[in-house]
Design a protein around this ligand. Structure first.
Ligand code: AMP
Ligand code: ZN
Length: 113
C-alpha cells in the first residue's frame, strides 16, 4: 500500500521510533512543532477518525494508554501537553493514516489557526 505511515511501520521508511507493540507504533514527527512532538498510529491502516466504528474503536483507548505511558517517560505529563487528531481536508490532515500528535515542552496557544 502506498501509505507513508504503513511504510514507517514495516520499516521501508526510517523513523525515530519511541514505542511499538502489536497494535500501535509511536515515533517523532519529522517536522516538530514543539520541543516534544511525536505521533502515535495504529498498525492497522485506518484512514481517519471517520473510519472509527464499534468494531475498531478499542484502538483509541489503547492509543491513549500508550500516550499516557510515553508522556510520563518523556517527563511532560505534569507540566501538560496536547493530543491532536486532524481529520480530513479542513481538519488539516495531510497523511491519510489516522494519527494522534502529542505536543509538549512549550506553552501552546488556543484556539489553533
Ligand atoms: P497531519 O498534518 O495531521 O496529517 O500530520 C502529518 C504529520 O506527519 C506532520 O506533522 C508531518 O510532519 C509528519 N510526517 C510526515 N512524514 C513523516 C515521516 N516520514 N516521519 C515522521 N513524521 C512525518
Ligand atoms: Zn497506512
Amino acid at each position: 500500500m502506498n501509505c507513508i505511515f504503513c511504510k514507517i511501520i514495516n520499516g521501508e521508511i526510517q523513523s525515530k521510533k519511541i514505542y511499538e507493540d502489536e497494535k500501535v507504533y509511536a515515533f517523532y514527527d519529522i517536522n516538530p512543532e514543539a520541543p516534544v512532538h511525536f505521533l502515535v498510529i495504529p498498525k492497522e491502516h485506518i484512514i481517519s477518525a471517520n473510519e472509527i466504528s464499534e468494531i475498531n474503536s478499542n484502538i483509541i483507548s489503547h492509543i491513549f494508554l500508550v500516550i499516557n505511558k510515553l508522556v510520563r517517560e518523556l517527563g511532560i505529563n505534569k507540566e501538560g501537553y496536547r493530543i491532536v487528531n486532524n481529520c480530513g481536508e479542513l481538519g488539516g490532515q495531510t497523511v491519510d493514516h489516522m494519527h494522534f500528535h502529542v505536543l509538549g515542552g512549550r506553552g501552546l496557544k488556543w484556539p489553533p489557526g
